[in-house]
Design a protein around this ligand. Structure first.
Ligand code: A2P
Length: 340
C-alpha cells in the first residue's frame, strides 16, 4: 500500500508522521508532500530522512492520501487524486457535509467508512473530542438536547497559531504589546469567542461544524445541539463543557461506568484528588479525558461533563490514521497490486 501525506510540514502533518511511526498500518512506501516552499526539505520517518515534494497539479501515485493542507487545497485537488485511483482521507472541512462523503470517527461509525466513493472526511477536532463522549451516552440514554461550550487551543490554527501564541506571549512578558495575525485579536492573556467566520444565524462556522458534524456522525439529524466556541491561550488540546438533556434519566455513576467502557476515552474524575480533564494532562495522549460527571441542575435526569483531548491527535492526525487502520483491518484498502 503506497501512502502519501499532503501537508506533511504542517502541525497536523507533523503529528501524522509521529502517529504513523507507532501505527500498525501496513504500507510499503511513504510519500510526503507540501507547498512548493518546502520542496526538497527532509522529514525524518522511523529514523530515515524522507524528501518533501511539491504537491503535484494532478494525480498522486499513492493508494491512500492523508490530506492536511487546508480546505482550498483539498477542494481543488482531492477530486483529481480520486480520479487517479487514490482514496483520500481528508482532514479539511471541504467535503464533510457532502451526502456521499462519510464523516467518520472509527469508535462510533467506522462502518460508514466502508461506503466511501474515494473521499472520507475526518471530522472537525472539536466535534471529535465531544462526540466520543456524547455518542455512547446518546446510544444508552438518548440525548434530547446538548449545550456545549469549548475552550480551544492555538493548535487549531495550525503551526502558525502555536508560534503566534508563544511569540506574542514573549512580547507581552518583555514589556511589549501582543500583535496578531492567525487570530482576530491577540491571544495571550485573552479569550476570543470567535473561531472561523460568523454565519447569518449569529453562530460561528466552528460552532455550526459541531452541530452539523455531531448530527451526521451519530446519524440523528434532529438532535438539538448548540455550541459556543472560544479560543483560549493554550498551545494544544481542546476542552469542552457539555450539558445533556436525556430521554432516559441517568445517574453520574452509571454514566461514568458507561464512559469507562467506551473506546477512545479515559475517565479522569476524582474531584477530591483534584483529578479532572485538563490540557496539561490530555496533550500528547491518544485518549480523550472525560470527567466532572455530575447530575444536571437544569435538566431533570440530565448530565454535565467536561472533556479534554489533544486537538492534533484524536482531533486530527490520530483519527485519520485510525480510519485507514480500520479499513485495512476490514480488508477494504486497495493495495498497489490490487489497484492495477
Ligand atoms: P508548507 O509548510 O510548505 O507551507 P498548518 O496547518 O500547520 O498551517 O500546515 C499547512 C500544511 O499545508 C503545510 O504542510 C503546508 O506546506 C501545506 N500547504 C499549504 N499550502 C499548500 C499548497 N498550496 N499545496 C500543498 N500544500 C500546501
Amino acid at each position: 500500500m503506497r501512502l502519501a501525506v499532503v501537508g506533511a510540514t504542517g502541525a497536523v502533518g507533523h503529528e501524522l508522521l509521529k502517529v504513523l511511526e507507532r501505527s500498525s498500518l501496513k504500507f510499503s512506501e511513504l510519500q510526503l508532500y507540501a507547498s512548493p516552499r518546502s520542496a526538497g526539505s527532509t522529514l525524518m520517518f522511523r529514523g530515515q530522512p524522507v524528501t518533501v515534494q511539491a504537491t503535484p497539479e494532478g494525480a498522486i501515485p499513492a493508494d491512500v492520501i492523508l490530506a492536511s493542507a487546508g480546505g482550498s487545497v483539498s477542494r481543488e485537488k482531492a477530486p483529481l487524486w480520486v480520479k487517479g485511483g487514490s482514496l483520500v482521507i481528508d482532514n479539511s472541512s471541504a467535503f464533510r457535509y457532502d451526502d456521499d462523503v462519510p464523516l467518520v470517527c472509527p469508535e462510533i461509525n467506522g462502518e460508514a467508512a466502508l461506503g466511501h466513493r474515494g473521499i472520507i472526511a475526518n471530522p472537525n477536532c472539536t466535534t471529535l473530542i465531544e462526540v466520543l463522549a456524547l455518542a455512547p451516552i446518546h446510544r444508552a440514554y438518548g440525548v434530547r438536547r446538548a449545550i456545549i461550550s469549548t475552550y480551544q487551543s492555538a493548535s487549531g490554527a495550525g503551526a502558525k497559531g502555536m508560534e503566534e501564541l508563544l511569540e506574542e506571549t514573549r512580547n507581552v512578558l518583555s514589556g511589549g504589546q501582543a500583535g496578531h495575525q492567525a487570530f482576530a485579536h491577540p491571544l495571550p492573556f485573552n479569550l476570543i469567542p470567535h473561531i472561523d467566520v460568523f454565519q447569518d444565524n449569529g453562530y460561528t462556522k466552528e460552532e455550526m461544524k459541531v452541530v452539523w458534524e455531531t448530527r451526521k456522525i451519530i446519524g440523528d439529524p434532529d438532535l438539538k445541539i448548540s455550541c459556543t466556541a472560544v479560543r483560549v491561550p493554550i498551545l494544544r488540546s481542546h476542552s469542552e463543557a457539555i450539558s445533556l438533556d436525556l430521554e432516559k434519566p441517568a445517574t453520574p455513576d452509571e454514566v461514568r461506568e458507561l464512559l469507562r467502557r467506551s473506546p477512545g476515552l479515559k475517565v479522569v474524575d476524582d474531584p477530591e484528588g483534584n483529578l479532572y480533564p485538563m490540557p496539561l494532562t490530555s496533550s500528547g495522549e491518544y485518549d480523550v479525558e472525560v470527567g466532572r460527571v455530575r447530575a444536571s441542575l437544569v435538566f431533570d435526569g440530565g448530565i454535565e461533563l467536561f472533556v479534554s483531548g489533544d486537538q492534533l491527535l484524536k482531533g486530527a492526525a490520530l483519527n485519520a490514521v485510525q480510519i485507514a487502520e480500520y479499513l485495512q483491518e476490514k480488508g477494504a484498502l486497495k493495495t498497489a497490486a490490487s489497484a492495477t
